[in-house]
Design a protein around this ligand. Sequence first.
Ligand code: ZN
Length: 264
Amino acid sequence: MPELPDVVGFQRYLEATSLHQRVAKTRVNDGRLLEDVTAGRLARCLKGRRLEGTTRHGKYLFARAGEGWLLLHFGMTGDLHYWKGPGTDPDYAQVIFDFENDAHLAYINKRILGKVGFIHDMDGYIDRQGLGLDVLAGDLTGGRFAKLLAGRSGPIKARLMDQSLIAGVGNIYSDEILFQARLHPQTDASDLSADDIQKLYRVMRRVLRVAAGKGGDLGKFPRGYFLPSREKGAPCPRCGGEVTKIVVVGRSGYFCPQCQKPTY
Ligand SMILES: [Zn+2]
């Protein structure tokens, strides 16, 4: 499932391939992915426009096109593929942007969970989605993070994944962050000390920056990272103990019971 580092990878890919080419045609194969826009309107909004630059908020990617923004959310199985010249559309290509230079960008999504839209007010859209600050945003300081967590209870894993608090930490990366912070996933957020919170903040930002730098490719992660061992019974990369599965607010998480002892 694409998480923030993967979306950063899609952002780089789109920027490296698809900017500054005029859109001739937009083809929608499955309209269920469209959000607040019809296939006809999406095509009209993009026709003759160029994608001029991108920005990201949490797992949402936005590409500037004229007066508005093309919005892409990758859901569970989203991907992008760019090619030049003729050729058949890739499997599960749900929306295809045909450029005038005979190049094409396909938004691929096998399970039809995701979003493609066109919006004029990006900040308003982010507000309406109820998204908190982006986890890598410059204005998310350690102090701001502590304020956001203040007065919150419930398992810290759930708080990290709460997109209204901070946007961009998903189920998978919350496991890496808690492993590196040596916190048990069920630790109640209200039990964290000020030092714990600052450590968590530093680890969270470092993990996501490092992972984004690798485009989410687990094979390129530094030694000692947890995610390549994220399965039941796998050896912990730190102590060699067995990784254990746990369900936290309905989501399956993984942790090392030796390295991440409960505080209660
Ligand atoms: Zn361990």
